[in-house]
Design a protein around this ligand. Structure first.
Ligand SMILES: Cc1cc2nc3c(=O)[nH]c(=O)nc-3n(C[C@H](O)[C@H](O)[C@H](O)COP(=O)(O)O)c2cc1C
Length: 232
């Protein structure tokens, strides 16, 4: 099968139809390869990622499950050097302020902030997933408001997993960073995000410059508990 490159006019439905023509075995093998083979890659080559491929990642996110079919996430695409560097600089300044408040020693602050600028400023591209509660339900009480927001955040996680799996299938590497959660206003301003978009993360996207070792995984059996009468 020819690899699918970007959405170049073929559209989401076209790629879903192509997938359905695979045998069950092929489909499972391809999916399992993506699930197990995807890695968080923290160092990328300088090579640019095409906008078609970046759009294809957002297209994959759009196919993820969401509460009330609301799709309560949006994505800011950042692939211009100046914008990446501005964002990296402003996030590092916010990080520095937090570290100073924590009385971290100055040399450590310099090192951590330098690494942060390098990490985000040198990425070929990034997608910044943002939460929007616009089409979610509005409740008068805090308990249900919180549940509704948690549902929306969970669905952002599903969207990001779809996005990262498709990146892997396209030969691209990704790493999910949580830094924006700690400085949402800074990110919102640096990217001129629309009102109501809450930045949740940064997913850097590029061609891997390193091949990270496989992080340890728990045996899945240890994650599983049979909810049977005998356990009651
Ligand atoms: C919600 C979430 C937040 C994460 N935040 C960071 C982060 O801030 N910095 C980082 O280096 N990796 C981050 N990661 C990536 C994890 O470190 C990575 O998934 C884990 O080490 C397992 O490696 P793997 O993705 O290659 O399987 C995050 C992953 C998730 C799901």
């Amino acid at each position: 099968m020819r690899p699918f490159r970007g959405n170049g006019g073929s559209g989401a439905v076209g790629s879903a139809v192509r997938a359905s023509r695979m045998t069950e075995q092929d489909r499972h093998a391809a999916l399992w390869d993506c699930i197990v083979g995807r890695r968080s890659v923290r160092r990328m080559q300088e090579r640019n990622v095409s906008r078609g491929d970046l759009e294809a990642l957002v297209e994959a996110a759009a196919w993820s499950p969401s509460p009330h079919k609301a799709q309560p996430w949006r994505f800011a695409l950042v692939d211009e050097r100046r914008r990446l560097q501005r964002l990296a600089g402003e996030m590092a300044a916010a990080f520095r302020a937090d570290l100073e408040r924590d009385a971290v020693e100055p040399a450590t602050i310099e090192r951590l902030c330098g690494e942060s600028v390098e990490r985000f400023g040198s990425a070929p591209a990034m997608l910044v997933p943002c939460l929007t509660m616009e089409e979610m339900r509005r409740y008068p009480d805090a308990r249900r408001r919180r549940a509704e927001e948690e549902m929306a955040i969970m669905s952002a996680g599903a969207a990001l997993q779809n996005l990262m799996l498709r990146a892997h299938a396209l030969g691209l590497a990704t790493c999910w960073y949580s830094a924006p959660l700690f400085c949402q206003e800074v990110v919102r301003r640096a990217l001129d995000l629309p009102a109501g978009w809450q930045p949740l993360a940064i997913v850097i996207v590029g061609y891997a410059a390193v091949s990270p070792p496989l992080p340890p995984r728990r045996e899945f059996q240890s994650l599983l508990r049979y909810a049977e009468a005998a356990n009651a």
